[in-house]
Every structure is written in C-alpha cells, then in structure tokens.
Design a protein around this ligand. Structure first.
Ligand code: SER
Ligand code: ZN
Length: 617
C-alpha cells in the first residue's frame, strides 16, 4: 500500500478533474461535430448507394433473363462504373472517425459500409471476376443432356425432363446416365475458370483485410466463433440424419439390389435429386405406412387447373391471411414466372430487390409441380422481407443474416405442408388426418428438411477449405467426395478423378453464392415456426393436440404480426437481437427442429432396430 499525503491527493485530484473536464469538453465537441458530419454524410451516401444498387440490379436482371454476351458486357460496364463510385464514397467514409460515434445506429451503418467486398478489386480484376462468374452461370444454366434411349435427342433441361426422370425413373442405368451427363457438361468446362475465380475472391478478401474469402463470407454472421457453432448444430442433428439414412438405404437395397451396399454410403444417383440434397422424390416408395398413400400434390394442382400465376396467387393469399403484404403492382408487371421460349435465362429461382421500395421481382421457370409450388412460397418469403425493411436506411436493407432471409418463405411452407393445411387447399388424400397419415407426412418433410443439412454444410466446408488454401486444384474433386461421404454418407456411382469437377454441378457453386445460409435457415426456421405457432395459439408444449408439426398459422394475424416485428428490423441490429425479438432467445438452436421431428425419430429408431438395419456407413 503506498502512502501519499492526503492533501496532495486532494490537490492533484482537483487539478486532474479540472484539466480532464476541459479536455473532455473539447474532446466531446470534436466528436459531436464529427458525428454530426457523419450523419449528414450517411444520408447522402445512402441515397447514392440505393440509386447505384438499382442500376446494378437492372444490369444483372437483364443478363440473368437473357444470357447473351452483349448483356454480360453491358453488365460488366455497369459494375465497373458503380465500383468506381462506391470506392470513392468508401474512401471519404473511412476518413470519418465513426468508431467513436455514440449513436449505435449510425455507427453500425458506417461499419456495414466499411467492408467494400469485391469492389475493392482493381478494375481489370473486377471485370475478370464478373466475367468468370457470368460465364460459369451461363455454362450451368444452358447445360442440356441427351436422352438415355435416344442419343439424338439432346435438349433435355434440368427443370423439365431431367427433374422428371430423377423423380420417376427407377432404372439404375438411366439414372446413372443422367447423373453423369449433367456433370460431364459442366465440370470440365468450368474447372479452370473456378481456379481463377478462387484466386480473385481471395485477392478481394485480402484487400478487405480478411485472411481469405471464407472469412469475408462469414463476416455477415458477425461472430468469430460461428464455424464452431455450425459444427455443434450439426452434431445435435446428426443422430436423426443417421436414422433417415439407414432407413432409406435399407429400402433402396430392396429396389436396386447389389448396387447398394447395406452398410456403405448410398450411391448418389438413386436419391431422386441431382445433388442428393433432398430425397422426398423417392420417399413415397417406402412410406412408414404405405397403405396410407400420400397426396400427390402435383396431380392435385393439375386436376384443379393451377397455372403458374394461380400458384403465385395462392402463395400470396397465405401471406395476406397472416397480415403480411400482398405483392405490389410492379411485382406482377415485372416478374418472370414462366420460362420464355425465345432466349436463354437463368432458371434457378430467385427474388430481387431493386432498392427503390417499389420494384420487387421473382424470376422463375415455374412448372405446375409440388416442388415449384413450395419454391414459390420460398421466393415470396424473400419479397416479404424486402417489403418489410424497405424503409430502413440502405445498409440495413438486408436480412439479419443470410440464413434469416432464406428461412422466411420456408417457415410459411411448414404451415402449408402441415396435415391441417393441405385439406384447406383440397390437397389431402383419405386417411391423411390420422396418426399414420401424420407419420407419412412427417417422413416426407424429414426427407427434405433433415437431408439438406449435411449437404448445405459441406458445400461451404469445401469452399472454406479451398479459400483457405487447404485444398489445391489437383485435389478439388477428391476432397469434395471425401466430404460427401463423411457427412452425407453418399458416394459417386462411378469412379471420379480430377478431370471431373462435380461441385459446380450445383448452381450456387457456379454462381458464387454462399450456401451455409441454407444450413442456418433449415435450423432456425423451426425456431421461428415454434414462436409464431405459439403466438397464434396453434402450439402448446406438451399438448398432444397442439404439437409443433401439426401447426398451421393460416389466417392467424398474430403470427404475421410477430414475424413482421423481426423482418422490419432488417440488418439494423446483429442477428441475435432479431432472433430474440421473434423467439425470445439469442442463439441458433436445434431443439425446435428436434422437437418437430421427435415422433419420426422415435419411429425410425424402432423400425431400424426391428429390421436389424445397420446405422452409419
Ligand atoms: N434453395 C436451395 C437450393 O436450391 C436450398 O433448397 O439448393
Ligand atoms: Zn432463397
């Protein structure tokens, strides 16, 4: 303990206080002035950025809806012009000392602007990067394959014939042909472009002070520990996936015999989907209760003379019934909901925000099928989010994190697919409403919702490793199949090599779109579902008549009102705050998902035990 005379301390204190008070006042005046300057600056920059965003979206839309070289070059010119302006604004912005702002809203806007992203690239690199992505998207979107029987018929497209074959064919050589041809048409043509793309992405990341592009992508989650959290979530869900996998493999063995190893990974071409990311197309082959056949919604849609437009209107009506927005007039004028026959377009469904508060669009090559019916709800969920946060300052007009954006439409489909809703659409079959019908329904859902999770996880595990330099181009494909086997328990139907490049047979890889957002979405949508169902009085823990998987929030404005509170926040707060507004908890958490699927989990475990099925691979 030091002994300092009291008086001395007293005098020193007065002096110090006096001095620091004056200094503090000066300091304060300086920062308040800086903050006022910042506020004025942000208003200008927000307006200019929204205008530029509108121009950029127009150019991207023009290319995506007409894949010509001319449109690609026009897009590149617009990108170059906007990148220059954005960089100039960024330089000014970084001169302002926003880190010390008191107003957390203002500070957050600056913080969001402070990451330039790919615009940080020097002009020729940025042009090359956009050209590469544009070319990869085109190669993917214009890929066609030949018919298995008739090799002169070579115009089979992914959305039409190929999807149909994968759904309905049980002819193993035909499935193998389709699986291989699709990959042969893309991988080898894209491999070199992809390698160059990786290099440019990392260059951009370095210019933004990130170690590599994986770090830049994950920055949107605002949590340095986020990768570990994804892993925890996956480990929580894995036991349920293992049961679905084992049950499916057991039944596939009965259909395909020797092609399937009863203890090994499942051949990836037998699962009813090009990427084995959703298995619902084969689920009706081995429903838990086969006598209680499931409604074929596609047939019901056709019987009831649904058109793409009527499907859109039906989805819209659901949102309106919970007090959310109708699609605005420009949406109906500008959206493309059917494939035009006079040009190539990117058919992969997407929802667009033209950043002016009025112009929102969906682009989709809709066909009258069950899958498309739910994709429409998914895309419309994005539009609802855009509409709800349209009055936020420009940098906040975004999802709380990318997974939130993907979850909104899916959240609504959880109600639409519930056993209580389908009868309201005249889309249920007899026996649907009993416990066996419920189990079938839950199984169908598990075959999409649970099955996507390991796939969504590895698409980005693989890319994170690439961006971090852990995998080099001579190992791209080998590592891809290692991860496919390890997490999904699927294997390629024929030996693969580095002449093949299978990951780009998936749209989001070719199109430079991160994919972990779907993993996040497929977990949190169940947390959201639980919250809105509770608000709507449709779910009560422990009540056997109000279980989570039965809940339908149709015509329950209380559900929509609660959801809107979160959507209106946009990205104005870190995502745990948005999560809290809706669910009362701040964490991503698999327990709602596990509760939803609990009856299925118990059923599968018992059935697999009874059948002495090997679990795992
Ligand atoms: N929309 C995502 C995809 O198409 C996830 O379902 O892969
Ligand atoms: Zn989406």
């Amino acid at each position: 303990m030091s002994k300092i005379p009291n008086l001395l301390i007293f005098i020193t204190l007065i002096k110090l206080t006096d001095f620091s008070h004056r200094r503090y006042a000066k300091y304060n005046a300086y920062y308040l002035f800086e903050e006022r300057k910042g506020r004025r600056f942000i208003e200008i920059i927000n307006e200019a950025s929204a205008k530029d965003e509108n121009k950029l979206q127009q150019a991207e839309w023009n290319y995506a809806t007409n894949l010509t070289d001319e449109n690609l070059h026009k897009k590149l010119a617009v990108v170059a012009e906007i990148a220059e302006r954005t960089k100039r604004r960024w330089t000014k912005l970084m001169r302002i000392r926003w880190n010390t702002f008191w107003d957390i809203d203002l500070k957050r806007q600056f913080k969001l602007y402070s990451v330039l992203g790919v615009f940080a690239l020097p002009r020729p690199c940025l042009a090359r990067y956009n050209e590469i992505v544009g070319r990869m998207e085109k190669i993917y979107s214009t890929n066609t394959i030949c018919d298995y029987q008739d090799n002169t018929k070579c115009n089979l497209t992914l959305e039409n014939e190929i999807a149909e074959i994968l759904k309905s064919s049980r002819n193993e050589p035909e499935l193998k042909h389709v699986w291989l041809s699709w990959r042969n048409g893309i991988g080898p043509r894209v491999k070199n472009l992809y390698t160059e793309y990786v290099h440019l992405c990392n260059k951009a990341a370095h210019l933004n002070n990130f170690d590599n592009n994986a770090e830049m992508w994950l920055d949107r989650y605002e949590d340095s520990n986020i990768k570990a959290k994804f892993m925890v979530l996956w480990n929580d869900i894995k036991p349920l996936y293992l049961q679905i996998h084992a049950y499916t493999r057991f039944h596939l063995k009965q259909i395909y015999g020797d092609v399937v190893d009863e203890q090994g990974a499942i051949p990836a071409h037998l699962l009813g989907n090009m990427w084995a990311q959703s298995w619902e197309n084969i689920a009706t082959d081995f429903l838990p209760y086969p006598d209680r056949t499931m409604t074929d919604i596609t047939i019901k849609l056709i019987e009831q003379k649904y058109t793409p437009l009527k499907m859109f209107k039906t989805a819209e009506e659901f949102f309106v019934s919970i007090n959310m927005s109708a699609m605005p007039p420009l949406f109906w004028n500008n959206s493309i909901i059917e494939k035009p026959c006079d040009r190539d377009i990117i058919c992969h469904g997407s929802a667009w925000d033209f950043a002016n508060g009025k112009d929102f669009r969906i682009k989709m090559c809709t066909r009258v099928t069950e899958e498309n019916f739910f994709v429409i709800h998914h895309e419309m969920g994005h539009i609802e989010y855009y509409i709800q946060y349209k009055d936020q300052p420009f940098p906040f007009r975004s999802g709380a994190n990318p997974g939130f954006h993907e979850a909104i439409g899916d959240l609504i489909t959880l109600s639409v697919k519930s056993p209580c809703h389908l009868p309201k659409l005249n889309m249920s079959s007899n026996g649907f409403g009993d416990p066996e019908g419920f189990m079938n329904n839950l199984f169908m859902l598990g075959m999409t919702k649970i099955v996507l999770l390991p796939f969504a996880y590895i698409v980005d595990l693989w890319r994170w490793e690439i961006f971090a330099g852990k995998i080099t181009p001579d190992n791209y494909n080998r590592r891809w199949w290692e991860l496919r086997r390890e997490f999904q328990g699927v294997a390629p139907p024929v030996a693969r090599s580095e002449c093949d490049f299978d990951p780009v047979s998936k749209y989001h890889v070719a199109a430079d779109t991160p994919y972990i957002r779907y993993f996040v979405s497929f977990v949190i949508q169940f947390q959201f579902h639980k919250a809105i169902c509770e608000a709507a009085g449709q779910y009560r823990k422990g009540d056997p008549n109000k279980e989570l998987y039965m809940c339908d929030v149709y015509q329950k404005p209380a559900a929509g009102n609660l959801l809107k509170k979160m959507l209106q926040m946009g990205a104005s707060r870190p995502w745990p705050d948005a999560m809290e507004v809706l669910t009362g908890q701040k964490e991503m958490d698999a327990s709602a998902l596990m509760e939803f699927f609990r009856p299925l989990y118990v059923w599968l475990e018992r059935r697999n035990r009874e059948n002495c099925v090997f679990v795992g691979w």
